[in-house]
Design a protein around this ligand. Structure first.
Ligand SMILES: [Cu+2]
Length: 153
């Protein structure tokens, strides 16, 4: 599985910069969906060199992609959309299961393991200038992933 891991790393790394901001995205992945399942969560690690904020996301697989936060509130796991996810300079922000994630809603076609989903992150830099970061998120199933044996074909 060494080769696969290298490949994942290569396609999971995106880098974008402008005068206002410098953003690195690592390890982007999307959870595979079952047929008829309308939502998928996407995860990644985002690091901005300067104070910035993730303010919007978009993807060709759906017209409705949101930034979500998952949080325990009174013993219940709650999920809510956020309009702005602050990126502190040099501090990696992890979008991971149980925390922040990107939510792709109203998906009409299942996302299968091994595919990749292009996602555009809109990041607002300190000068309020907006920067678009293109990410390719690898689709992974819940059962494969860490240490699992994914079917190649
Ligand atoms: Cu969500």
């Amino acid at each position: 599985m060494k080769f696969r891991q290298c490949l994942t790393f290569a396609i999971g790394l995106a880098f974008a910069s402008s005068a206002g901001a410098q953003v690195v995205v690592e390890g982007a992945w999307v959870r595979a969906t079952a047929p008829g399942q309308p939502v998928a969560a996407a995860y990644m690690k985002i690091t901005s060199a300067q104070p910035a904020a993730l303010v919007a996301v978009s993807t060709p697989v759906t017209a409705r992609a949101e930034i979500h936060q998952m949080k325990m509130e009174g013993g219940i796991m709650k999920m809510r959309p956020v309009t702005r996810l602050e990126l502190l300079p040099g501090k990696a922000v992890e979008l991971e299961p149980g925390g922040y994630h990107l939510m792709l809603m109203n998906i009409t076609k299942p996302l299968r393991p091994g595919e990749s989903v292009p996602i555009t992150l809109v990041v607002e830099g300190p000068d309020r200038k907006r920067l678009e970061v293109e990410v390719k998120a690898e689709v992974r199933s819940m059962t494969t992933g860490m240490g699992g044996h994914g079917k190649m074909h």
